[in-house]
Structure formats: structure tokens, C-alpha cells
Design a protein around this ligand. Structure first.
Ligand SMILES: Cc1cc2nc3c(=O)[nH]c(=O)nc-3n(C[C@H](O)[C@H](O)[C@H](O)COP(=O)(O)O)c2cc1C
Length: 375
């Protein structure tokens, strides 16, 4: 029988399913519920030292549905980090660890560009026993105006510097959460690893404008007639998230093999999770999916991930992590492979060669030219 139990950065997860930072981990009660329903870990809603600077607006969500359907496949939010006091969070982290010692509790933290504040926040959270940290270098809206979140994450020098501050005091594993709103996610990702981060988490939401109301001509979500670009999540972002996780995994391969990836973006099923693991993820996070389907979804996800593993005779998550990465290549290589396959198929059809025959380079070029021009 396969098992979903997995050890990541020395932490024992009963399964690789982790609640992603956001509304599903917004206080101790819902974090407890997540553990009771069977989630292996929870990344709590992002906190900072001074919640009084955080003011949310309403509405702050907008949804994209398929035409004529109720099914949500895209979700935009302009929600900020937690507006609950730091002291309250410290008490709640403590009480969750007391009541649910086996659930992996990950504190998501964000601060201004200030070494003392980052260090104090890390020290105070680890004192009450959280299992790991996620550094939020990636919130795309609101906080960048205060040079926080994605404003840090899009600058590899700052990612490295702030991660170093954190690593000087952290005694537990640290993941750096990356913004997708950048051309090459591997650049800041590598700088976080160079600074000593134990892992990367990707992706946060993609900067977006959900739409414009054609009656009022106002962009959505509309707050007192105005809007700002927000963060896009849910199924629609999954292909982009898979690509970015793949890029991080390829960057890490052979160089940062003890550091890990937590894959995030549009995950709703065990099959989605399997794809992120096949591209190099050690754990997978779900945020919008839980807002739509509820905490209980982890049961079905676990069953279907186990069924996938059984079908392929994988006993552990480690057995198939990264197994699809070797099949990414260059476009020129795809052309070469396809040309060769066509030549061989045609030759077989015409009985020109035995099944296993080797082509000489000249034959190959001549035949491929003929085939390609006949296409
Ligand atoms: C309403 C909402 C609030 C979020 N708040 C946070 C946050 O406080 N910190 C953070 O790191 N990510 C936050 N996220 C981003 C998610 O953790 C996740 O990276 C992203 O939504 C993609 O995953 P998903 O498609 O499973 O939601 C938020 C997402 C949503 C939808």
C-alpha cells in the first residue's frame, strides 16, 4: 500500500496537502478545523508586527465563471495580509500547537525593509512552537505600496538580503514564497536559496484586472467606483504555476538538492497535486480551492493521489517527485525528435529498414528534408 506520509525539511507531514496562506487559515479555529479534516499542514494567513496599518476594503473578490456555468475557474482578490493583532496571533499559534501538535503549522510572515523587525517577528513566532516559516515576498497588491510583499520579491538582491536576516535567527525551516509577477522566477528563487532558505513556495497570485462592468464602465472589483489590479488564483492559473514550479525545480536540480518546493496554484484534486509533485514539489498548497469546496476536500484529494500512486506502483511521494522533469527539452530538440520519428515511421511503412536500424547522419538529413518538404 502506498503512503502519503512524507518528511520535508525534517518535518513529518502526514500527507503533502497544506492549506495555502489566505482566508482558510485566518484564525486558530479554522486552522484547527483544517487539521481535524486531515490536512498535513496549514500556512496561516500572513501576519506582520503592526496590524493597525492593514485596512481591508469590500468587495475584495471577483470571480470568473465559464459562460452559462456556475463553476468558478478564476478568482481575483484585493485582500491584504491579516488585520488581526500580532499578539493575538502569537497566542493562537501557541494554542493550536498545544491542541494539534502533529499538524504542521507554518507561520507566513511579512515586514517592511527593516532588519530588526524581521528578526523580532521570527524570534517571537518560533518561541511559541510554530513548525516552519513562509516568507511572503509575493503579495501583489496593497502592500507593495509600502515596499512589502511583491515589491521585495521582484528584487533578487532584496530577497537575498532579507532571507539572510531571517536565517541568522531562524531555528526552524524557512520557505520563501515567490511572486509570479516577474519574467524569470528562478532568479529571486535562487537568491533565496543562496541565502540559506530551506525551500521555495510558488506561486502567489498573478497580478490581474478581472474585468470592466459594461453598464457602469468601472473596473472590477469596484470599491466606491474605483479599483486596483488584484491577485488572480484558482484553476485558471494552474498551467502558469506548473511552468514556474518546473523552472524552479530545474534551477535547483543537482545544485540545491536538499532544499524543497511547495507547489501552489489552482490545485483542487489529487491529480492536480500529482502533477505538481511530478514537476518537483515536495508539498502542495491549496487556498482558493478550499474557499470554494471546503476543508473536507482533502479526503478526496488523498484518495485520488493514493490511487494514482497505486496505479504506477509508487510507494512514497519521493518515488515520483520530479519524475516528469527530464521530459522538458528545447524546441529545436523537439523538431529533431519529430523529424526522426517521421523518417523512421515512413521507412518502416515502406519496409526500407528493420525496426531497430540506425541511420547514418547523411541518410537522416536527406530523408528528413524529403519528408519535411512532403508534409
Ligand atoms: C483571498 C486570498 C487571500 C490570500 N492571502 C494571502 C496571504 O495573506 N498571504 C500569502 O502568502 N498568500 C495569500 N494568497 C495567495 C494564496 O496563498 C496562493 O498563493 C494563491 O491564491 C494561488 O493558489 P490557489 O489557486 O490555490 O488559491 C491569498 C489568496 C486569496 C485567493
Amino acid at each position: 500500500m502506498p503512503t502519503l506520509e512524507t518528511i520535508v525539511n525534517g518535518l513529518e507531514f502526514k500527507n503533502p496537502f497544506v492549506i495555502g496562506s489566505g482566508p482558510p487559515g485566518t484564525n486558530a479555529n479554522v486552522i484547527r478545523k483544517a487539521f481535524d479534516e486531515g490536512w498535513g499542514g496549514v500556512v496561516a494567513k500572513t501576519i506582520s508586527m503592526d496590524a493597525s496599518k492593514v485596512t481591508n476594503v469590500a468587495p475584495r473578490y471577483a470571480r470568473m465563471r465559464a459562460t452559462g456555468s456556475k463553476e468558478v475557474f478564476g478568482w481575483e482578490n484585493i485582500e491584504l495580509i491579516s488585520d488581526r493583532p500580532f499578539e493575538t496571533w502569537i497566542e493562537e499559534f501557541d494554542s493550536v500547537k498545544q491542541s494539534h501538535p502533529d499538524g504542521m503549522l507554518i507561520a507566513s510572515v511579512m515586514e517592511e525593509y527593516n532588519e530588526n523587525r524581521w528578526k523580532e517577528m521570527i524570534e517571537r513566532c518560533q518561541e511559541v512552537g510554530v513548525d516552519a516559516f513562509e516568507l511572503n515576498f509575493s503579495c501583489p497588491h496593497g502592500l507593495p505600496e509600502r515596499k512589502m510583499g511583491a515589491a521585495m520579491g521582484e528584487n533578487p538582491d532584496i530577497v537575498e538580503e532579507v532571507t539572510r536576516w531571517v536565517m541568522e535567527v531562524a531555528k526552524i525551516p524557512v520557505w520563501a514564497k515567490m511572486t509570479p509577477n516577474i519574467t524569470h522566477i528562478a532568479d529571486p528563487g535562487e537568491r533565496a536559496l543562496i541565502a540559506g532558505a530551506d525551500g521555495l513556495a510558488a506561486i502567489n497570485t498573478i497580478l490581474s484586472v478581472m474585468g470592466v462592468d459594461l453598464e457602469t464602465l468601472r473596473p472590477q472589483p469596484t470599491v466606491e467606483g474605483y479599483s486596483v489590479p488584484g491577485g488572480y488564483s484558482c484553476k485558471a492559473v494552474r498551467p502558469i504555476a506548473l511552468r514556474m514550479v518546473m523552472e524552479l525545480a530545474r534551477m535547483m536540480h543537482g545544485k540545491y538538492d536538499n532544499q524543497t518546493i511547495s507547489g501552489i496554484g489552482g490545485i483542487e484534486t489529487g491529480d492536480d497535486a500529482a502533477q505538481f509533485i511530478l514537476l518537483g514539489s515536495h508539498t502542495v498548497q491549496v487556498c482558493t480551492g478550499v474557499m470554494i469546496h471546503g476543508y473536507g476536500m482533502v479526503k478526496e484529494m488523498s484518495e485520488s493521489l493514493l490511487a494514482f500512486m497505486e496505479k504506477h506502483n509508487f510507494e512514497t511521494i519521493d518515488d515520483f517527485r520530479g519524475a516528469s522533469l527530464p521530459y522538458f527539452s528545447t524546441h529545436a530538440d523537439l523538431v529533431e525528435r519529430q523529424t526522426k520519428a517521421k523518417v523512421e515511421a515512413k521507412a518502416r511503412r515502406e519496409g526500407m529498414v528493420q525496426k531497430d536500424a540506425q541511420w547514418s547522419g547523411d541518410d537522416f538529413v536527406a530523408q528528413s528534408d524529403k519528408l519535411v518538404s512532403n508534409d
